[in-house]
Write a protein that binds this ligand. Structure first.
Ligand code: TRP
Length: 336
């Protein structure tokens, strides 16, 4: 039986935080150790250009994300771990599939529609004001990421489901015109992974600026945890674990027994200060070894670069012959 290809991309615009870890990185790393799966994980740096025009930030984010995944134990023997921009076949395919993608399909993309709606709300004369072709064509680039590797399962957040459906539409259209070349991908939304709350009690997200970086240095980690918003119940008053940001974070890492013990302490009225100190110590210990590896990697970017280049060359072993097939299919081929 051939292995199932699972593929996902990470946009290189931020510093990985605990919410990313629990929702995406941890399950992806676990899958990288599953012998029945052939994972393709990549740093979507061309996608980053759509949202971010700060070169230093993109560079730094690429370094941090790569170091994070490696430090947390990604199995790069089994998984293909690469940077999108190191695989030129992706942008080549983007153009070819652009030519079978209906503009009307892109008009319906949520991200584009939201940008237009915002312009209209602001009373702009031009509803497309400030919208680049990059934003508009984003789903085509994402379809190329996926279709180039014949990936079947795409683990993504809810907000990305529409993009996977668009990739399917594009693939089906191409296959209809040129014959069966592409595999139709499916989104896999991990329902059971916990959604962590951030410092202000809203979902932990870089767009709310309420995150706790996975590898925040010890002092900063403590400071951030102390900043987490709680209610004003006094020490000794029973507290509700269900609605508590601190408890939710703990639960995402602890064993069921540890969770039960803490639940009792909530009933007994643990003080918020004590709980915060406890959570800090717990996370600090949990990530200690990985943080050491992370810091070493950040000090040695050449090692990371080397790993990414190895990943890209594995990816291109798959991509290059398939691109020849696709070019041939559309009539771009050597003459005789
Ligand atoms: N757009 C995705 C996000 O913002 C990242 C991404 C780019 C991606 N290419 C992909 C995810 C291909 C899955 C498959 O989260």
């Amino acid at each position: 039986m051939s292995k199932e290809i699972v593929l996902t991309g990470i946009t290189t615009t931020g510093t990985p935080h605990l919410g990313n870890y629990v929702g995406a990185i941890r399950p992806a790393i676990a899958a990288s150790k599953n012998e029945n799966v052939w994972p393709f994980y990549f740093l979507a740096d061309y996608h980053a250009l759509i949202k971010c025009q700060e070169p230093e930030r993109i560079k730094q984010s690429t370094l941090e994300i790569a170091a994070t995944w490696l430090a947390l134990g990604l199995d790069t023997e089994n998984a293909v771990f690469y940077r999108q921009s190191d695989v030129p076949e992706i942008t080549e395919l983007t153009w070819i599939i652009s030519c079978v993608t209906a503009k009307g399909l892109m008009n319906r993309a949520h991200a584009y529609k939201a940008a237009v709606a915002e312009n209209i709300e602001k009373g702009e004369k031009d509803p497309d004001k400030g919208i680049t072709m990059g934003l508009f064509c984003y789903p085509v680039l994402m379809a190329a990421d996926i279709l180039l590797f014949k990936a079947k399962k795409i683990p993504v957040g809810r907000d990305q489901i529409q993009h996977i459906e668009m990739a399917r539409d594009i693939a089906a259209r191409f296959n209809h015109i040129y014959g069966e070349h592409f595999v139709l991908p499916e989104a896999v939304v991990q329902e059971e992974t916990a959604v962590l709350l951030g410092l202000d009690g809203r979902k932990m997200s870089k767009s709310y600026n309420n995150t706790i970086p996975i590898f925040a240095p010890e002092k900063r980690l403590r400071k951030l945890i102390m900043k987490i918003k709680t209610n004003s119940l006094a020490p000794g008053e029973p507290k509700d674990p269900q609605t508590c940001t601190l408890f939710g974070i703990f639960q995402a890492f602890a064993s069921p027994e540890e969770v039960e013990t803490l639940r009792k302490r909530y009933q007994e009225g643990i003080a918020w200060g004590e709980m915060k100190q406890f959570l800090f110590e717990y996370l600090n210990t949990h990530f200690q070894e990985a943080r050491q590896r992370y810091e070493d990697l950040i000090q040695h970017p050449k090692e990371i670069e080397h790993k990414l280049k190895q990943g890209a060359s594995k990816a291109r072993e798959v991509a290059a012959p398939f691109m020849r097939e696709i070019r041939e299919a559309v009539g771009i081929a050597p003459l005789g």
